[in-house]
Design a protein around this ligand. Structure first.
Ligand SMILES: [Zn+2]
Length: 251
């Protein structure tokens, strides 16, 4: 594996561990430990952490100590406000550009969510729930909207990790089904209302609870996630690899 691929792997593994709430807010991410874990230089680790910081997932404190970010309640509200605006527009645009294949793709995704729920795979469930929304954004064909929505949805997963009940899945799967039905029937107003309601539901589930730090071993969590994220293809820079993952494409 080339060095840049290893750096991409480090970025993807840490990102996914945060999204799936295996690494909880406030967990320290020491550069030297990560460098050792992924077999890359501290410089590359720093770049990966800076990228995660730009996405709001990691905060870099004094002496460049990186920790999993702990968004404040005010920041959390702001993120949900933006998400509601973006997703209402996503729904309108998807209806304008609707193709029958989109319905099949969304149905397939919801079946995966149900499978994960039935198998009790909560962490995969959290990730799949977020990916449903990213998939919708992808269907608008607007790359900028996709980028912003991906970032906001990822931040919401982190917010649920901070304020939600432990491993509260952030989406009700039957609401996803209802939404697909409205999209298919091109009922724009109903679809926007369903989406808004759905997002308000997620926000209201983000109840304030005590922040519990994880005493799980950093190395074991990261090695699990290093195996979970497949190595990015050669020559795919970090940002593009991340965008592909966010878009849910698996090659
Ligand atoms: Zn949802």
């Amino acid at each position: 594996m080339r060095l840049s691929q290893k750096a991409d792997l480090a970025y993807l593994a840490v990102r996914r561990a945060i999204i799936e709430q295996a690494l909880t807010p406030g967990t320290k991410l020491p550069e030297d430990r990560l460098a050792e874990q992924f077999g890359v230089s501290r410089t590359l680790v720093r770049a990966a952490l800076a990228q995660l910081a730009s996405e709001g997932l990691v905060s870099i404190g004094n002496k460049r100590t990186a920790t999993v970010a702990q968004p404040s309640l005010e920041e959390a509200r702001a993120v949900f406000e933006v998400r509601r605006c973006l997703e209402a527009e996503v729904v309108r645009l998807v209806i304008q550009r609707w193709q029958p294949a989109m319905g099949a793709a969304l149905e397939g995704h919801v079946r995966e969510e149900e499978k994960a729920a039935a198998a009790g795979e909560v962490t995969a469930g959290i990730r799949l729930a977020g990916e449903f929304h990213v998939k919708l954004a992808e269907m608008t064909g607007n790359p900028l909207l996709l980028r912003y929505l991906s970032e906001v949805a990822t931040r919401c997963s982190l917010i649920l990790a901070v304020y939600g009940r432990p491993h509260s899945s952030d989406c009700a799967i039957n609401e996803h089904r209802e939404l697909i039905d409205a999209l298919r029937k091109k009922q724009a107003e109903r679809a926007v209302a369903l989406m808004t309601e759905h997002l308000v539901g997620i926000e209201s589930r983000a109840l304030i609870t005590e922040i519990v730090g994880s005493d799980a071993d950093l190395s074991s969590i990261l090695s699990r996630y290093a195996q979970a994220v497949e190595p990015p293809r050669a020559g795919v820079p970090m940002k593009r690899a991340a965008a592909k993952r966010a878009a849910g494409s698996r090659k």
